[in-house]
Design a protein. Sequence first.
Lengths: 259, 228
Amino acid sequence: MTTTKIQSASTVSPAPTGTGSRGTKVLGGFALVFLAIAVVYGLFISPPDAQLGNTIRIIYMHVPTVMAAYLAFIITAVSSGMYLWKRTEFWDLLGSSAAEIGVLFFAVTIVDGALWGKVTWGVFWRWEPRLTTSAVLLIMYIGYLAVRAIPADPRTRATRCAIIGIVAIVNVPIVHKAVDWWRGLHQGKTVLGTIDPEMGGTQLFAMYSSLIAGLLVCVWLLIHRFRAGFLAERASDLGLDQALEERRLESSPATGEDA
Amino acid sequence: MSQPGGVLGDALLVARKDLLLERRAKIGIGQVLPFAILVLLLFAFALDPDRGILKLATPGLFWVTVLFSAVLTLQRSFALEAEDGILEALRLSGMSPAGIYLGKVTALTIELLLLEAVLVLGVAVLYDTKFLGIPLLFAIALLATLGIAGAGAVYGALAARLRSRETLLPLLLLPLLAPVLIAATRGCEVSLEREAMSGWPWAALLGIFALVYLTLGSFLFRPLLEDA
């Protein structure tokens, strides 16, 4: 209780009004530069792949989005554990912000994976281990966000989310193993989602620049989402303080008259 | 913190309480079991029984039915605790959270295994299934049920005090149980000799799942009871 009071009191005077800062502007600038490089090399300069043809250009987008999503989910898991240990608002906000960003990148991953599948396999969806694992994982984290959206006391909500964050990440290798064996009986692995070691110079450059761009965008979004979440908490504290103040003002003349 | 009985003593106490309540209220026998048999009938309506699809899909349909029934059983099991602040009372009782968790899991496992036993009879009669590889079938049923109850008790307790628990619990739990469905279905197919491969790796995967979630649940139940 005291910590929230101290925080709300300190933010009342020099309250931050936005989520941007010098650091995020620099980070965003780098992200834009790498995105531009990735677009130019990925779409125009690099040659089509010997085996995958032009569909390799989808993979330049697919790998960064899936990497960014996994990074976000790992941050959620670590933050969940840290929250249960330290019980601070920082870890709660970091975990839930990362989960949101992770769901966003994962949805994009599944869409671009399905598009790649349509071109390569002729169908949008195949029960391929990685695609299937991703679908299950996406729904698990949508569940996390659903719990997050339920209004509750901050500590209660944070504990619920932390538990789901831990339970969900532990399930990832088990789901993957199960789906791998399940499909392993019928078909071999596909190359979707791996960096081919025999990739040529400009292709490799396109891949790495898009990977860096993806991770930078992920971190940039995460910082903004975290700050937006922090401001939302302060705003609700402020609303509560105001409501308390109003009730006090209502009651103070009344007690004098009625008593 | 805990009583002289320790974690296991607490677990037995909670399990006995839950089973006694179930014996008296008969929600499982009176509502969940008829629902499960109804689902078996609905599958037969959806997948024409004469074309053999039903027979081919039997293991999968069986486990999907078990999962749906498990959601109902879990909701019932934790609705009991959420009413009248019983979760708070449990917390104040001095019993260890791990003991309470393991007790709930034990009661749930026993209830679900009994349900599965009746469902096996239902499948044998309605879908004309012949059972082979009985030891594997037993191992898979036990390990899968432990996994379902172990993971389910964590989310059941988490969702119990939420107003939207009826819609939230399946959304949280069913994706988590996807590997259990896959492993149990494939393992059963092996034991019904539809696949040449040995089924024991599937049983091992189910065992790992159960072990991981029982361990995790034992640790997470304390913050769950205290704060969630």
